[in-house]
Write a protein that binds this ligand. Sequence first.
Ligand SMILES: [Zn+2]
Ligand SMILES: [Zn+2]
Length: 102
Amino acid sequence: MPELDIVTAFQCDEGSRPIKVRSSSDPDKVYTVVPGDEETEPSCTCRGYRFRGTCKHLKEAIRHRCGWHSIYDGSPAMTDVHKTRKICPRCGGRLRVVRVGV
Ligand SMILES: [Zn+2]
Ligand SMILES: [Zn+2]
């Protein structure tokens, strides 16, 4: 049996960060969208999401999500500055530390 090596990796935390989206039909309405990722449930505060479990705000948020991962994404490469300050080299957002089996 090959043994699984657990290594420490970094992943962009953008999926868990709520984004404010203005409603296209009602400019006074602002929805809060969480794109979601492996550890975070996606959500949106609009009615469409509550009824259907998905909506265009969420789809947009997912499409623009960074999702950078230090193991699966070689570029842009991570520097020591990114590593020590936990900054995503792609979007400049926060990084979270994750454990990955390789
Ligand atoms: Zn929505
Ligand atoms: Zn990022």
